[in-house]
Design a protein around this ligand. Structure first.
Ligand code: PLP
Length: 408
């Protein structure tokens, strides 16, 4: 599978990649935290504010019509990108965290009672733990946790044994932001559905790496953030199965989410607007659609193939450095490598790498239970995008080798 552009052309699309830090070329390997934006997105955002700005769904005038059309066409772009059945199943939110909180609140209000159970996994980002803990606190429900193995694989037998007649929802990540593991979400969903339980899949770390098909996964909710998939910040998506979304109460009230309002009674709008109270981030949604179009034009399978090749080089190269431990060695991973160089503290290593122009993430990556599982205080994480190069991966490996030599 070939990318539609050469690597030089791709890198030219992302202006920040030609920047220098500390006088050295930037090597950006923190794509799991946020991705860089192509000109196609940056220019569009600029153009929207210059020549297509008006409030969405609010007027009959020329500009409002243009924005409303583009916003709804962005919804269709997202629908097609994740292969949802209907455009009404796509809700724009502020990001993955906002989407999970929306489901935890709305679904929790309707379906969770005292003594009920919610299942998450031990490898979740805090965004897919804390909203459920808060719900459990409000409702006196119980949070149950699927453990993972030393390799970083979810223990599916343990998962099956956690399901009871009190389980109300399962919430799992598609791909771990620390271990890189791609979880068998289809299997997880099928098992939950056999027991009549809906599943939320956190796609914050999967959407940018390959083809995601919510109809094939058969999940009930799927969430992701725009900024992690080459789009703007402050925009995200909540996909929900139409039947479930129709049953759930809105979690925020305000303009646009209502059909009629009086002091006697208020009625709610249809999907998706019922869940989009107030002025949404319409420019963000249109920018997100441009980012998704960019990936589609590049070839999503080719993106995945390239990232897998870079991941293989990074894993092999880092493993060859003496004293390195890699966390997350599952056979199916997204392009994320977490590691520790001997006893060197991750912050020290991260700061030295930064002086070499290499941007990696250090710390707990908002996944403290993963650190607890391995009894460590954090890791260094290199997260790779299709615009990274083999030379950059070599520089990372060299840099890490130098760090270990410096510390003896
Ligand atoms: N879920 C996972 C797996 C993540 O990696 C992240 C962010 O790193 C989130 C959720 C939260 O995303 P955001 O902060 O964009 O809402």
């Amino acid at each position: 599978m070939k990318l539609a552009k050469s690597i030089e052309e791709i890198r030219a699309d992302f202006p920040i990649l030609s920047m220098k830090v500390h006088g050295l070329p930037l090597i950006y390997l923190d794509n799991g935290a946020t991705t860089q934006k192509p000109e196609q997105v940056i220019q569009l955002m600029d153009q929207l504010y210059r020549s297509a700005n008006a409030n969405v769904h609010r007027g009959v005038h020329f500009l409002s019509d243009i924005v409303s059309d583009r916003y709804e066409s962005a919804r269709e772009t997202v629908r097609a990108f994740i292969n949802a059945r209907r455009k009404e199943e796509i809700i724009f939110t502020a990001g993955a965290t906002a989407s999970i909180n929306a489901v935890a609140f709305s679904f929790g209000e309707k379906y969770v009672r005292e003594g009920d159970e919610i299942i998450v996994s031990e490898m979740e980002h805090h965004a897919n733990i804390v909203p459920w803990q808060m719900l459990c606190g409000r409702k006196k429900a119980v949070l149950k946790v699927i453990p993972f193995t030393d390799e970083g694989l979810l223990d599916l037998e343990a998962y099956r044994s956690l399901i009871t007649e009190r389980t109300r929802i399962v919430a799992v990540t598609h791909a771990s932001n620390v271990l890189g593991t791609i979880n068998p979400v289809k299997e997880i969903v099928a098992e939950a559905h056999r027991n009549g339980i809906p599943v939320l899949v956190d796609g914050a770390q999967s959407i940018q790496h390959g083809v995601v098909d919510v109809t094939d996964i058969d999940c009930d909710f799927f969430v992701f953030s725009g900024h992690k998939v080459y789009g703007p910040n402050g925009i995200g998506v909540l996909y929900g199965r139409e039947k479930l979304l129709n049953e759930l109460p809105p979690y925020q009230g305000g303009g646009d989410m209502v059909a009629t309002v009086s002091f006697r009674q208020t009625t709610y709008n249809d999907l998706p607007f019922k869940f989009e109270a107030g002025t949404t981030n319409f420019t963000g949604a249109i920018g997100l659609a441009a980012a998704l179009d960019y990936l589609t034009a590049l070839g999503r399978e080719a993106v995945e193939e390239r990232e897998q090749a870079l991941l293989a080089s990074a894993t092999a190269g880092l493993s060859s450095v003496s004293g390195i431990r890699i966390y997350g060695t599952a056979p199916r991973k997204v392009s994320v490598v977490s590691f520790l160089p001997g006893d060197i503290h991750q912050y020290d290593a991260g700061m030295i790498l930064d002086k070499m122009g290499i941007a990696v993430r250090t710390g707990t990556h908002c996944a403290q239970p993963v650190m607890e599982r391995f009894d460590i205080s954090g890791t260094i994480r290199a997260s790779i995008a299709f615009y990274n190069t083999e030379e950059e991966i070599d520089a990372l490996i060299d840099g890490v080798r130098k760090v270990t030599e410096m510390f003896g």
